[in-house]
Write a protein that binds this ligand. Structure first.
Ligand SMILES: Cc1cc2nc3c(=O)[nH]c(=O)nc-3n(C[C@H](O)[C@H](O)[C@H](O)COP(=O)(O)O)c2cc1C
Length: 220
């Protein structure tokens, strides 16, 4: 698969088959993704790759916190998005809710979806991405680059991914389970697994704003 095909094929997968991803596949995928660029080759990233019984425990812990609607306290605070980003964000939520038949006022179904998301959409595996506390914003840019590399490499193996900020909203519980010291900050999680192509939600493709609204050309 060439890189253009992989970029076009990738999308956020929100339903997975239960079969776990073999450790050898995850190892090969991560070895490839580690080729991602970083500021002066600082490689300011670490990963906890989760499967099996530990994955089930992680889903239970996070699902219970989400179901109880406990206050979220992510290591990286959740942002306020001003216009026009807020409108885009709302549009995404509306599109997914409409597709899934979740009404704007149906708090029960919304909570179910929310819990499902915190449980990694039932993916068999997850990658928790973290870094040392106290680094500059550039460390997070490095992480953005490797996270996209993971998502693209996954396509090559017939795997789907969801990048999940929500699933690191309760960092103490995750660190406790995975033995991650508090000198680290959790950045995000990646759900990973084989795609359930029958699932309605996986028919969804998000919009993009037109090229001309984000690009200016100079010297052409
Ligand atoms: C930093 C970051 C955090 C995200 N967090 C979530 C999340 O918590 N829940 C979710 O369903 N999708 C999450 N996403 C996926 C985005 O909603 C998705 O990338 C965007 O809507 C574009 O759609 P696409 O990935 O299908 O192209 C996140 C993506 C990024 C880059």
């Amino acid at each position: 698969m060439d890189v253009i095909e992989a970029i076009k094929a990738r999308y956020s997968v929100r339903a997975y088959k239960p079969e776990p991803v073999p450790k050898e596949v995850l190892t090969e995928l991560m070895e490839t993704a580690l080729r991602a660029p970083s500021w002066a080759n600082t490689q300011s990233w670490e990963f906890a790759i989760v499967g099996g019984q530990v994955m089930r425990e992680l889903e239970e812990v996070l699902g219970a916190k989400a179901a109880a609607q406990d206050e979220r306290y992510p290591d990286i605070p959740r942002p306020e998005w001003p216009s026009p980003y807020q409108e885009r964000r709302r549009e995404l939520g509306n599109q997914i809710y409409r597709l899934m038949g979740i009404g704007r006022d149906d708090m029960d179904k919304q909570l179910q979806w929310f819990v499902h998301m915190y449980r990694f959409f039932d993916a068999p595996n997850a990658i928790i991405v973290y870094t040392n506390r106290g680094l500059s914003e550039w460390a997070l840019l490095n992480i953005g680059l490797i996270v996209q590399s993971i998502a693209l490499a996954a396509v090559n193996y017939g795997l789907g991914t969801t990048i999940l900020a929500s699933s690191v909203s309760y960092p103490d519980e995750i660190k406790h389970l995975l033995n991650i010291p508090d000198t680290k900050q959790l950045v995000l999680a990646i759900a990973i697994g084989y795609l359930d192509l029958e699932a309605k939600v996986n028919k969804f493709r998000s919009n993009r704003v037109p090229l001309d609204s984000v690009v200016t050309w100079h010297g052409f």
